[in-house]
Write a protein that binds this ligand. Sequence first.
Ligand code: PLP
Length: 390
Amino acid sequence: MEKRFVYADNSATTPVYPEVLEAMMPAFGELYGNPSSLYSKGREAKRIVDASRERIAEVLGCKPTEFFFTSCGTESDNWAIKGAARANVSRGKHLVTTKIEHHAVLHTMRALEKEGFEVTYVSPDKDGIISPESIVAALREDTTLVAVMYANNEIGTIEPIREITEAVKAYDKRILVFTDAVQALGNVKINIHELGVDMLSLSGHKIHAPKGIGGLYIRTGARVHTFVDGGGQERSRRGGTENVAYIAGLAKAIELADKNLADVPRIEKMRDRLVKGIVEKIPYTRVNGTFEHRLAGNVNVAFEFIEGESMLLLLDRAGIASSTGSACSSNSLEPSHVLLSIGVPVEVAHGSLRLSLGRDNTEEDVDYILEVLPGIVQRLRDMSPIYPGK
Ligand code: PLP
């Protein structure tokens, strides 16, 4: 088979769609005003921001006044967690989260621990699912916030957020529930009102908007401190002149992501064929995470007796972009905290591979990966002194 380029790292980031770029262009040109300026040039820019917010709120099922633009998913996670923890400190200093969160959540929790907060990290089951019961078991009288991700960026598990929220609220309705929906958006139909959460974060670059734009939903009435002090932007909750072009791009990307949910079954089929092929062709392979509630394009496997980093480089040479664990941690040689938390042994976790397909992938891409990957794994195993199959 001829060499081709296969982008199989859609959970790390996605290319900007032409429709998104087109929606952004006016704000780079004629409509350059500052939305805070009262004259017509400013009002034109403000109209873009307002219309974008309204469109997003309509798609996501919340009020426009409950949606705030941020610079990225990481900022949204920081705002939700620090803002809620600090605003409710008079009621308690106990927070609950899970062991499988993104570092944007885990490291924010660690920072709060240094401020004197106490954090309980709930374990998933062996399939990567967080049960409502395990969250409730961690709740205390002084708990003020629960943070559970909607979908995991490494193993693609989709968590029962609605059930978790119901269970937490039944325990004490004052406890705020936050979900990081960065990976779920575009894969799962999100209706915030039906979900019942108090806060939800998202990021543009995972859904074909540019890097550098994100959003945070904060339910009306939820006590959450302002995160960025400054001018009166974002109803004085998040200072800084609005990134008008990127805001327009995010609105278009969310609209497209919602429409493109129709493609999810096709992507799931490609994913399932890819996993089946990998397991059939490559011995000593472990498939990580449940297949019952999983992101459409996520494949996470671990090959015994090899190092993920070497595999990634050989795949790259063959034209395949992939990841070992999360992109944000690929600078580190630490095995993935997510894989360890579902019981993958350290040495096996080192040989993990994440392939994340998106709607631009084709059946030919799957064929190509299935043709190239077994040879690469075999080559690396042949160099391993501990591989028993030699
Ligand atoms: N949360 C999750 C689950 C993610 O996967 C990511 C990015 O990989 C983030 C948060 C951070 O988002 P951003 O890259 O926009 O800061």
